[in-house]
Design a protein around this ligand. Sequence first.
Ligand code: ATP
Length: 694
Amino acid sequence: MPADSALTRLDEPKNAIEIEPDVDLASNAVVVRGAFKSYGSFKVLRDFNMTVPRGGIYGLLGASGCGKTTLLECLIGRKRLNSGDIYVLGQKIPDAQNEQRIGYMPQKIGLYGDLTVEETLLFFGRVIEMKDAKIKERTEYLTELLDLRRRNVRLKHMSGGQQRRVSLAVAFLHEPELLILDEPTVGVDTVLRQLIWDHFLDLVHNGTVTVIITTHYIEETLQANLVGIMRKGCLIAEDTPKRLLREHEASSLEMVFLKLSVLQNQAQRRTSERVVEPLGSRFASKIDKAQRGWSLRGSHMRALIWKNAIWFRKNWRTFARALVLPVVMLSIYCAAIGHNPVEFPISVVNLETGPRNCSEHELRCDDPQLSCAFLNVLSRRKLVMKFYASEDVAMETVQKGESYASLTIKANYSKAIAERVSDWNRATDAQIDGATIDVFRDVSNSYMSLYMQVMLYQTFETFLYEYAQSCGLRKDLVKVPLRWGSLYEWMDTDFTDFTIPGALPLIVFTISILLTALAMYVERNEAGLERILVAGINKIELILSHIIVEAVALLPQIVFMMVFAFLVFNMTIKGSVVLTAILLYLAGILGICYGMFLSCAFKSQIAIALVTTGTYFIMVFTCGIVWPIQGMHPLLKKFSPYFPLTLPTDSLRNILHRNWDFFRPEVYVGFLSLGAWSLIFLLLSLIVIRIQRE
Ligand SMILES: Nc1ncnc2c1ncn2[C@@H]1O[C@H](COP(=O)(O)OP(=O)(O)OP(=O)(O)O)[C@@H](O)[C@H]1O
């Protein structure tokens, strides 16, 4: 890399620091001793030692992939060492609570693309409990300094270099004692880079602020007070730039770096020769480990909820889709599921009248064409009847899949039926046979086959009933001798009405999982998760803030969906609308908690999508949504009530169809089940994030 003329000044830095032979935690901003860190079997830091005195600039140099970012992430407590000690501003990492004293700029931008510069600074300022007036003042100053005058543009619409400058502004915002900056000048032009360095020099001028900076522009670290050179997980040199140049008789730091690399390759590893006093645990014990990471701060929660609400406002299209999606799913569901089949073909051979459609027929007692009267009743089912002259041809249409069944009506049908009805106990075999319609059906589609069976029973019963009436006979005589009394007679026998108490919670549950996973995905991948954690927000606050905002967004979804289900699609609702809404709302909360658990447990979106799909099918199959639990395998029947949507489905069915109130166990148990499962997934999320180690 050609040396930048503005940066190749070799004068002693304004605030040169003499390195103390003995290390004490008060005078050093960062002390690392005997640090080991590995990712699996790959060792990144090996017996790493570093000392950063307070009040200066420390430039950390090293080839790409040598572990600089890993080291910085260990310094801010985002990653844990396998062994060794780190003290930052006198406190032991990871127990230290000095977020407000540290400004961190990660290598990735780590900001929220939907916030503007002003909103970004306001958010991070509020997180670290700055007053709004102070944030405003700092915003004016930093946007001027970093040439970020277009403050109302969303970050995702800014250039990479501009975004890096916003990221730098966030690190500077609260005037921290220690700035940890991972490649802050990447993508920044030469003039601005020098301005930024001038600002670093200004900051460290009075000796209270320390800056640790990694960079690939090696020569810019000539302005640092100390330079550490990393290679293969060790610090191979740590000195002032001037002494490094002198000692290695080099004209640039790049040359020093090359020479040291060659030396290290020859196994002449050079480490800092300063003797370091062993670090005791005098500071470590002061921090209450148990409290860290579990507490909720009002300022954090307010800032996070504000930020999430802004995200929702700016992404109103996503929110509108979230509102419409359940309704679309419900509409498709209601349009597709539960209706009786119509307009399917059946083949008819009427040997009494020949192959013609005679279903437009008026029934008489002495009717010589009762077969037409039967077909007339059948035609009310809106089938497509095709007429054939021969039984063999009609059966062939079934074999070829052109028809679901063939009906063959005998030539003496009217006479045989009339005699069977009027003198049934003397009917001969020939009369019984003549009055029998032969049905040949395709049973490969069992639902259609079953439907046809029921349909033909009912058709025949209605036909006989009407025939008996026309002959002045007692109509009950020919009816199937069963008298039905119905308890909830308002219930539509439509299958959709049976499944809707399961379908509604299932739709809310599934969409809530997906929306939560999406929000967490944005948080983790597009936004500043790293950054806000470093700013002191803990993951519990993060999780709760998302749950709160999503729980609010869930309300209009439920209202919208209920309007469609009960007003537009006229699903039966005999019980309390409020209880129904609460139950569906709790199903949504369960979805949010489960989605949160999945987001905590799995980093990959694909894994989350797969588990969500699996969960959806398990719920559909096991919770009595599409098939009664009474018909399941005994083992599944035993465990089904413990699945999250089984009891709520029953409970909703009892509310919607039986008009039962909340205080019946069959109703409130569904609410309790949703509450308990939500709590379980919330706790699991907290446990997972608590035990996750990087
Ligand atoms: N989470 C992880 N899992 C496995 N390996 C990792 C992980 N993070 C980093 N590494 C590996 O550790 C090594 C050091 O990575 P690190 O990001 O600390 O390097 P770096 O010096 O900052 O590089 P650069 O200058 O290119 O940013 C690299 O080889 C990287 O692939």
